[in-house]
Design a protein around this ligand. Structure first.
Ligand SMILES: [Zn+2]
Length: 249
């Protein structure tokens, strides 16, 4: 890396298939020297996501998964995904969220979550977990598996942070909400630098930031983390890049 040049930042969680023009999102990230981990919420997004990765192999990683919001509406979703797992770089976005439906032991969400964690374990692929409102239950499930890289995406379970950080090969990610949330600033301040990734969750838009969205916000997230950690932006970006590469390995 030439001096004065920033290491390449990874947006560790973005939904490229959810954009009207995902190619433009990728092109814009490439112009900034950024790379993207693109996740799916449904089997219908799988083929477009794989295509984006195949067309941009150095800039895009393709994760496949069925989101907890789709668990009840897609009883056959896993059958649709099963021939595609091998081509995926990782498994996500999967998880549990009581906002959408039941998350109890025999619920559709729980069955779907466990089946997809099993795929990640069997194939030794990195996993991305959505755990909003069910952080402890997600961790209870994950404890039953031997996983490669695990990302607890947009993790807000402050009281469970020690438990997350004591797991092997486990990362937490911060997104644009850290630009206005004191709680997330506090959580980030308690995280070891080597356990953190950054993300946009694009196209999720942030009302508190005037409705902006997308991977273009990730450098601001890195800048905020540099402030919290008392590091330079260059050091922080380098650390975040190393973390992403370690997670994706
Ligand atoms: Zn997401």
């Amino acid at each position: 890396m030439a001096s004065g040049e920033l290491a390449s930042l990874w947006d560790a969680h973005v939904h490229l298939p959810a954009y009207a023009d995902p190619e433009e999102v990728v092109a814009s990230a490439r112009r900034r020297g950024m790379r993207l981990v693109s996740v799916t919420v449904s089997p219908a997004e799988a083929a477009p996501n794989l295509k984006l990765r195949d067309e941009n192999p150095s800039a895009v990683k393709c994760f496949l998964g069925i989101h907890p919001s789709e668990a009840v509406s897609m009883p056959n979703g896993l059958e649709e995904l099963s021939p595609l797992w091998e081509a995926a770089d990782g498994v996500g976005e999967v998880g549990l969220d009581p906002k959408y439906s039941e998350v109890s032991a025999r619920s559709a969400q729980m069955e779907l979550f466990k089946a997809q964690v099993e795929v990640a374990e069997r194939a030794r692929k990195p996993l991305q977990v959505h755990s909003r409102g069910a952080e402890g239950t997600c961790l209870d499930v994950l404890d039953g598996y031997s996983l490669g890289g695990l990302l607890m995406h947009w993790f807000e379970g402050e009281e469970l942070l020690e438990r997350v950080l004591s797991r092997p090969r486990t990362f937490v990610s911060f997104g644009p909400a850290i630009l206005y949330s004191n709680k997330l600033l506090r959580v980030a301040g308690r995280c070891p630098l080597e356990a953190v990734l950054v993300e946009s969750d694009g196209p999720v838009a942030f009302a508190a930031l005037g409705g902006v969205e997308g991977p273009g916000l990730v450098p601001s997230v890195a800048f905020r983390l540099a402030e919290v950690w008392g590091r330079t932006l260059e050091e922080t970006v380098l650390q975040l890049s190393l973390n992403a590469e370690s997670y994706l390995r």
